[in-house]
Design a protein around this ligand. Structure first.
Ligand code: F3S
Length: 753
């Protein structure tokens, strides 16, 4: 294991350290003396202190040393701005930045890319120069979607990666523990500090049997999402195992891991197998595959592993599923879907089918999709609905261009979009329906919260495999089951679509396409990073102020949110993405999507100073101007969705002190702590109902201590004062963040001393 094998073909001198990992692991093995899950092996082999670290699944905080960091362009801006404020010459952990989120889909790949280069010039210049300055690999716009680039170039079995995007777990398809984090976590690791993660529980999913016909890897995760729901994976790594895992392609496993984000899982993971080896070989990394084979024993679960929860799925019996609308865990098998459409009065006509994205744009996905389109065209028919194709990377785009699938999709009526997120993240200038008009779309993406794709709250967005998306697009209706129903050919004759087929890997190898990578220069001393003070897109960060050491009294409740409050509700994407590097400007979207429990409306709350109703950011700014800190009261799983630290930075910037909820999504909870805020939960979740939006509260901050509840004193607008107990998950180190005003302030303070 002491050979020197590079982690990636794009860098020199960053070697895979299986030897060190195996040494760490044997230390932990002696201590724990029990069979270990694969996820545990990866995490524990990356411990900063394998001898002393306390390890209890579900409770200890692990201090870890990730192998790599990856940032997408929307989150990289704030991460790098924060890194800059720490004053270091170079990143301490190999890091890459990927331009994929800021390209809006409008009229097709090349033109949309040119427009994005123009509109985002300032941001791309900032990222390109700051990456060059701080020794970060930079993937230019057009290179592809971060998770696809990671899978193709950087993921390797047994590694630990953190990425500033919630679908980072995609790399689990290559046996890597890849975890979505906030930009603030990325900054820590870029700066060489250990990264902290609450030791996850491990949910085992045993796969048996083999997929066939219309069933795809996507259907595995659609089914799992239905079983576990959007909360079911919280605090856990989902670990697939069993003989069924050997039958899936590496990219198919990546799809499953990618969408594990939708059940709130810390990450998802597959054991190293021959299919991963094949993929490493196809992506010119045979040396890594061979090295992994030497370490293979530690690249899977131990025999007798005890999972915290175990689910078994027989792939031979798995039906294709369609999930949605509005939530990814509403899973309906295709055989029941028509009934569900009728019963729920979902708009039957299918307006748009969208394939690709980081979730489903592998060579296999594209080949299978193209086989269905070809079948339809052989019968003289094409897509009835609008149809878009988003290649996950330049390599995929160039390869399917060479091999003909791209042409097939175009002839079928498809529009090929840029190698970027596009409609998946709301970067979609959709023109076929008006805002507010109820309509249905179906995509092979992963996420379908209200308004995510096209900012139209009346759009019913469904997610499915690319195969089903293509089939439904031909039918133009949700009332179509390709497994049982017929279509009419150009002469009105009925025919049934053939089950899709396609190669897992391109038989002629991948075509790399255009060169879109910028390596950092050898001599970086001359590179300068410019941020214009007049920019409305980039703003140098000022440190937040430290805690005043006192209890906070007489705080207004800015908003009591009701139901789902996702990071999309807290800090909307779409048009707001352009302000990701400018905290003050982007704060104008704070909580504008959240539903006010008082009136059931979004972005309409009472300003206690004026008595009138106004937008959430406007009221928060008014309180801030008057020196009044405020709190938010929220429901279950507050902050689910993405790793967006803006959802934590904005309330901090606009003067918030605490977010008090029934429960939090993990990443968002940590992000709030990093920014010096107090994420607190009702010790009795029923207390949520005791608070009315018009109440005032005192928060006894001086009580903040590890493992101790805090008191919330509620002064109802009409009634007697009463106390409520609040719980929290702060540890010693995190309490310092609150006291110093933020994690970054703490880092700067500790570096100075
Ligand atoms: Fe991009 Fe995330 Fe979709 S990386 S393609 S927006 S899920």
């Amino acid at each position: 294991l002491s050979r020197k094998v590079e982690m990636t073909n794009w860098e020199k001198g960053h070697y895979i350290n299986y030897k060190g990992l195996s040494e760490n692991l044997s230390i932990v093995r002696k201590r724990l003396n029990r069979p270990l899950a694969f996820a545990e092996k990866i995490l524990y082999s990356h411990l900063d202190d394998p001898h002393g670290q306390e390890i209890e699944r579900g409770s200890s905080y692990l201090k870890l040393r990730p192998d790599r960091v990856a940032c997408q362009d929307a989150t990289a801006q704030m991460a790098i701005l924060q890194f800059m404020s720490a004053g270091m010459p170079s990143v301490a952990t190999p890091t890459t930045v990927h331009c994929d989120h800021l390209i809006e889909a409008q009229i097709g790949g090349a033109k949309d890319l040119a427009r994005a280069n123009d509109i985002n010039k300032e941001v791309y210049d900032f990222l390109s120069t700051s990456c060059a300055k701080y020794n970060i690999g930079f993937w230019r716009p057009g290179s592809g979607i971060i998770h696809q680039i990671i899978l193709e170039n950087y993921a390797f079995p047994g590694a630990l990666l953190i990425g500033t995007d919630s679908h980072t777990p995609n790399a689990g398809g290559l046996g890597m523990t890849a975890i979505g984090v906030g930009g603030a976590d990325a900054v820590d690791v870029m700066a060489g500090l250990p990264w902290e993660l609450k030791a996850p529980k491990v949910i085992g999913i045993k796969l048996t049997g083999q997929l066939s016909g219309w069933a795809t890897p996507k259907d595995i995760i659609l089914k799992v999402a239905g079983i576990l729901t959007v909360k079911g994976g919280t605090g856990a790594i989902v670990e697939y195992h069993g003989p069924g895992t050997e039958t899936l392609s590496c990219t198919g496993m990546a799809t499953i891991c990618n969408m594990g984000a939708e059940i709130g899982a810390t990450t998802s993971l597959f054991p190293f197998n021959d299919r991963m080896y094949d993929y490493l070989k196809a992506t010119k990394r045979t040396a890594i595959g061979d090295f992994a084979r030497e370490y293979a024993q530690e690249l899977r679960e131990d025999e007798g592993t005890q999972y915290d929860e175990l689910i078994e799925i027989n792939l031979s019996e798995l039906e294709p599923h369609i999930n949605g609308p509005f939530t990814p865990d509403l899973a309906t098998p295709i055989s029941k879907f028509k009934e569900a459409v009728k019963a729920n009065k979902w708009p039957e006509e299918l307006k748009v089918g969208l394939i690709g994205s980081c979730t489903n744009s592998s060579y296999e996905d594209m080949s299978r999709g193209a086989s269905i389109a070809e079948d339809a065209m052989a019968h003289g028919i094409k897509a009835k609905s609008l149809f878009t194709v988003t290649p996950g990377s330049e390599q995929i785009r160039a390869t399917i261009e060479r091999d003909g699938q791209l042409k097939t999709f175009e002839e079928f009526g498809g529009m090929v979009l840029a190698n970027a997120c596009g409609p998946c993240i709301g970067q979609w200038d959709r023109r076929d329906v008006k805002k507010g008009e109820p309509n249905s779309i179906i995509s092979s993406y992963n996420r379908n919260f209200t308004g995510r794709n096209d900012a139209n709250p009346a759009t019913h967005s469904f997610v499915a495999s690319p195969d089903l998306v293509v089939a439904m697009t031909i039918a133009g209706t949700l009332n179509f089951n390709p497994l049982t129903d017929t279509l009419k050919d150009k002469d009105g004759k009925e025919f049934k679509l053939k089950a899709p087929t396609g190669d897992g890997l391109p038989s002629r190898g991948y075509d790399p396409g255009n060169d879109t990578y910028q390596a950092p220069p050898e001599d970086r001393s001359q590179v300068s990073v410019a941020v214009s003070p007049s920019s409305d897109r980039l703003q140098v960060l000022e440190p937040f102020s430290a805690w005043d050491g006192k209890d906070a009294t007489d705080l207004p409740i800015l908003i009591k949110t009701q139901g789902k409050t996702t990071t999309d509700h807290i800090s909307m994407a779409g048009p707001w993405l352009k302000y990701r590097g400018h905290l003050d400007n982007i704060s104008n979207n704070m909580l504008i999507g959240a539903i006010n429990a008082e009136n059931g409306e979004a972005n309409k709350i009472k300003n206690i100073l004026t008595g009138g109703y106004d937008a959430v950011p406007a009221v928060a700014r008014d309180y801030k101007k008057n020196g009044i800190p405020w709190v938010v009261v929220g429901d279950w799983n507050y902050g689910e969705g993405s790793s967006r630290e803006h959802a934590a930075l904005e309330p901090r910037h606009l003067g918030g002190l605490a977010i008090i909820t029934r429960s939090f999504a993990r990443i968002h909870e940590t992000n709030l702590k990093k920014q010096g805020m107090l994420p607190l939960t009702f010790s009795d979740p029923a207390d949520y109902d005791k608070i009315s939006p018009a109440d005032k509260v005192d928060l006894l901050c001086t009580e903040l201590a590890v493992g101790k509840p805090m008191t919330l004193r509620v002064h109802p607008a009409d009634g007697k004062t009463f106390d409520i107990k609040l719980s929290h998950t702060f540890n010693e180190g995190q309490i310092k963040w609150f006291k110093n005003g933020s994690a970054l302030n703490t880092m700067a303070k500790e570096r100075a001393s």
